[in-house]
Design a protein around this ligand. Structure first.
Ligand SMILES: C[S@@+](CC[C@H](N)C(=O)[O-])C[C@H]1O[C@@H](n2cnc3c(N)ncnc32)[C@H](O)[C@@H]1O
Length: 275
């Protein structure tokens, strides 16, 4: 099969770049990406919330790049417009968002021309205690596409029609519901960025909406989860991350083939890592 190339003087497929994705995506040709899977920055004062996260900070790589809340819609429009351009007609896009800036993501997705296929809820455990409100324990994930007839979807990618749980329920049916109950990963004692998506969440998307050799783009890579899991599962990848330390960490993971990279720093007796 002919190698699908990202034709650019600057960028190569199966590589990641320490770049602003607003610049990087402009270097990608039209219709060159088969799947976009991303978790953009939040537009909350993440640093101010760190104390709430009750975790040992010395293995968390510093430098998380945040967007001002007033600029969030404009920023989202810009990157989504480029994402729409680079995606192929048979592609899908999965965009994660907390509830606080979901409205901007929905507005921008609509404005740039995306069709919404599903609005998925990722239910997770958090571990904080709230005295005057409910504990946030979900995240939104928009399943978008350019062409609802041409997009790929492999509905038997994970379970056959007759696989059952112990109560006789259909595993395939349950897996295809739009509320996904998936635990966060705690990388105790290992290097990490302040946020990361769990492997099970990314794998579910890869299995249902992509094939081997498809090109997967993550413009906001963080720890590189999307690239690492794409590579491990026979997909091609390309990604951007504006913080050099995170990009270096993702590169180290990709090059070493290690899912987790151990830190030499001492491990605290008690530690709750929330991402
Ligand atoms: C929510 S995190 C992504 C976490 C990632 N999904 C993971 O599993 O590790 C968002 C990332 O986007 C990065 N970022 C923010 N603005 C960016 C930009 N303009 N271009 C590229 N990366 C950016 C942040 O530094 C942060 O690492």
């Amino acid at each position: 099969m002919e190698e699908k190339a990202i034709r650019s003087d600057v960028l190569k497929i199966n590589d990641i770049y320490n770049m602003d994705c607003l610049v990087g995506m402009q270097l990608l040709p039209n219709n060159s990406i088969d799947l976009l899977l991303t978790d953009p920055p939040f537009a909350i004062d993440f640093k101010a919330h760190r104390a709430n996260y009750n975790r040992t900070q010395d293995r968390v790589l510093s430098g998380y790049n945040e967007i001002n809340a007033d600029d969030y819609l404009k920023f989202t429009r810009c990157w989504m417009k480029e994402a729409y351009r680079v995606l192929s007609e048979s592609s899908s896009a999965f965009v994660f968002s907390g509830w606080n800036n979901l409205k901007d993501i929905l507005i921008a997705a609509d404005e740039v021309g995306f069709i919404t296929v599903n609005h998925i809820i990722w239910k997770y455990q958090f571990g904080v205690v709230c005295k005057r409100r409910f504990v946030t324990s979900h995240y939104h994930c928009l399943f978008l596409c350019k062409d609802d007839k041409k997009r790929k979807f492999f509905n038997s990618a994970r379970y056959t029609a007759d696989e059952r749980d112990k109560n006789g329920g259909s595993l395939r049916y349950q897996d295809l519901e739009d509320v996904w109950n998936i635990k966060r990963e705690y990388w105790h004692g290992d290097k990490k960025t302040p946020t990361k998506l769990p492997a099970d969440l990314i794998l579910k998307i890869l299995h249902y909406t992509s094939e081997e050799n498809d090109v997967v783009l993550d413009p906001f890579m963080g720890s590189g989860q999307v690239a690492v899991l794409s590579k491990q599962n026979g997909r091609k990848y390309i990604g951007f991350e504006i913080v050099k330390e995170y990009c270096d960490f993702a590169k180290e993971r990709l090059e070493s083939g290690s899912y987790r990279i151990s830190s030499n720093k001492p491990i605290a007796a008690t530690q709750i890592d929330l991402f």
